[in-house]
Write a protein that binds this ligand. Structure first.
Ligand code: FES
Length: 122
């Protein structure tokens, strides 16, 4: 594992369109968290802050998907985001994006690349 990588969970813990795994992001602030979900077989991680108002998205801890399991949804005002890109397709911040974190799946481990936190919203 590279110095810039952080282990988040095992690959098996991350089930398709199921609960996401939350993690602390002290690099961005004391109370900032991130999360990773699996969608179409791949892991995707984001900073857990809505693009509308910087509040956490999950409606219960780790619950990010809408009922159709097609979008990540913000519990506060219902913004819908594409799981692959973090692009907001519906809601008050339509056209904006979640801050994506580069994610690596290797040897049944889900890792994030901390270097990707240094970029602006991608
Ligand atoms: S805070 Fe997320 S949609 Fe308003």
């Amino acid at each position: 594992m590279l110095e810039s990588e952080r282990l988040i969970c095992t690959g098996r813990e991350l089930q398709e369109c199921a609960q996401g795994v939350r993690f602390a992001l002290p690099e961005l602030g004391e109370r900032i968290t991130g999360f990773v979900v699996r969608y179409n077989g791949k892991p995707y991680a984001f900073v857990n802050q809505c693009a509308h108002v910087p509040v956490e998205l999950d409606w219960n801890q780790g619950d990010f998907f809408d009922l159709s399991k097609s979008y990540l949804v913000c519990a506060t005002h219902g913004a819908h985001y594409e799981p692959q890109t973090g692009f907001c397709v519906m809601g008050p911040c339509k056209g904006r994006k979640l801050q994506r974190i580069e994610t690596i799946e290797r040897d049944n481990r889900i890792l994030i690349n901390l270097k990707s936190l240094q970029h602006d919203r991608i």
